[in-house]
Ligand binder design. Structure first.
Ligand SMILES: Nc1nc2c(ncn2[C@@H]2O[C@H](COP(=O)(O)OP(=O)(O)OP(=O)(O)O)[C@@H](O)[C@H]2O)c(=O)[nH]1
Ligand SMILES: [Mg+2]
Length: 444
């Protein structure tokens, strides 16, 4: 991404109309631009009502100006916020005028990237801004806020420090080769190793929960035509989201509805009924159903309890994803609704009987425990780095046990520490930074 020396500008409020529209400027030229645009520099951190004027002195808008001198600003650079009227045209005219005064239009995530480069935020915190904005449940929002305030980063840093101390311990021992050392009889070392292993496990568990909170849990509903997939989607979501008819092959496209199970965002995906010899449109629907299956965290296989032959689909489903069999229409067969065994639920999508058992099953499958105040959000990127760090740690530990020599262990600990540093951005390659921030919106 581009030069830090540039002064950047973007609308900070979303496109469209609103009572207030905010334009944000950051960089070295901010003061000079403020003088031209507002006539003079406003008092720092004080809302000041001003006219916003273009290069030829004409008024573009008027509103509140807020000036934050460096380094006490979001980006760590001089920042000016202009709170004007929230119309797309007036905002774009204001941005044009600021560009004419010498600023450049910001790229996606560029304000947050500068905050990161100026040590205002670490990477986890920068990502948490996006997670907070996009949070789908109140729990996810609170967890994102906890990541933003540094809870996750502190946990990662604490683990990294344990790894470093362990490495220093090992290296100190290697540095005195004249003393015959047996690492495996060094009790202090062994207890450090097991503390470290426990800390890895605890953080991995928390981060996995954090990722669930952020990304939600995808549940794909499949089954033969007319089994009652769309009826189930409607019942679970409490809305008439999907069309339900007695015609086999009603649903042809993918339908998504989000529900909340104990604070976890669960995305339900209704699909076209799977069968041989479909028509052209249905064929495309079935192709999409298979695609949705490939990304599923769990599958609900809906069977019509009144139809004895409805059983052969099971073998065609992807392996490695938990499948729950939902025997629907028990209002017609007279079977009792509820859990039959671990992965079979009897219910009626028409009356709603047995639905609670299915919700309970979904909660179990997600493996989500509502941790209340302790939770923070995490991303796939964090989980992957954490896994790599844990693998280095375990590889080193095994090497130590097998060779009784510390060198390999020390090297693996160095790599483990490095992987942990990628999470918060202590060690991060430029291309990764570019990738992370380009996923942000412009103005963030
Ligand atoms: N009695 C009874 N009828 C049901 C139940 N669930 C669904 N039905 C009926 O079964 C028919 C098909 O339901 P849908 O929900 O459209 O089934 P689907 O699996 O989405 O069907 P396609 O989209 O065609 O693949 C409709 O007439 C529903 O009213 C149930 O639990 N009991
Ligand atoms: Mg349907």
């Amino acid at each position: 991404m581009s030069n830090l020396a540039d002064t950047i500008v973007a609308a900070a409020t979303p496109p469209g109309t609103g009572g207030i529209g905010i334009v944000r400027i950051s960089g070295e030229m901010t003061e000079a631009i403020a003088r031209k645009l507002l006539g003079s520099l406003p008092e720092p951190r004080t809302a000041t009502y001003r006219a916003f004027r273009g290069a030829d002195g004409h008024r573009i808008d008027a509103g509140l100006a807020l000036y934050f001198p460096a380094p006490a600003s979001f980006t760590g650079e001089p920042v000016l916020e202009l709170h004007g009227h929230g119309g797309p045209l007036v905002i774009s005219l204001l941005v044009d005028a600021i560009v004419a005064f010498g600023a450049r239009r910001a790229e996606p995530g560029e304000f947050s990237k500068r905050a990161f480069l100026n040590d205002k935020l670490d990477l986890v915190q920068a990502e948490a801004i996006v997670d907070l904005i996009n949070a789908g449940t109140s729990q996810a929002a609170r967890a994102a806020l906890r990541s933003l305030s540094g809870d996750f980063s502190r946990a990662v840093d604490a683990l990294a420090e344990q790894v470093v101390k362990l490495r220093l311990h090992v290296e100190a021992a290697i540095d005195f080769p004249e003393e015959e050392i047996d690492f495996l009889s060094d009790d202090a070392l062994l207890s450090r190793i097991s503390d470290c292993a426990a800390a890895f496990n605890a953080l991995r568990d928390n981060a996995a929960q954090g990722r669930l909170l952020r990304d939600g849990f995808q549940v794909v509903i499949v089954g033969k035509p007319n089994a009652g997939k769309s009826s189930l989607l409607n019942q679970l979501s409490g809305q008439e989201a999907a069309i339900v008819t007695e015609v086999a092959g009603t649903t042809r496209d993918i339908l998504r509805e989000q529900i909340d199970i104990d604070g976890l965002a669960v995305e339900l995906i209704d699909t076209a009924g799977l069968r041989e010899d479909p028509d052209r449109i249905e064929e495309e629907g079935i192709r999409r159903a298979h695609k949705a299956l490939a990304n599923a965290d769990a599958v609900l296989l809906i069977q019509d309890a009144t139809d004895e032959e409805d059983h052969e689909l099971h073998e065609k489903l992807p392996v490695g994803v938990p499948i729950t069999i939902v025997r629907n229409k028990v209002d017609l067969t007279g079977e009792p609704p509820g859990r039959l065994d671990d992965d079979t639920v009897n219910l009626s999508a028409k009356t709603g009987d047995g639905l609670e058992a299915l919700r309970e099953r979904l909660g179990e499958l997600a493996g989500y425990e509502n941790q209340g105040e302790g939770a923070f959000t995490a991303r796939r990127r964090h989980i992957e780095a954490l896994e790599r760090a844990a693998v280095h740690f375990e590889t080193g530990r095994t090497a130590l046990e097998e060779t009784r020599a510390g060198e390999l262990f020390a090297e693996e600990l160095r790599l483990s520490h490095h992987a942990l540093g990628e999470i918060t951005g202590a060690f991060t390659a430029d291309d990764l930074l570019g990738k992370i921030f380009s996923e942000f919106c412009i103005g963030k």
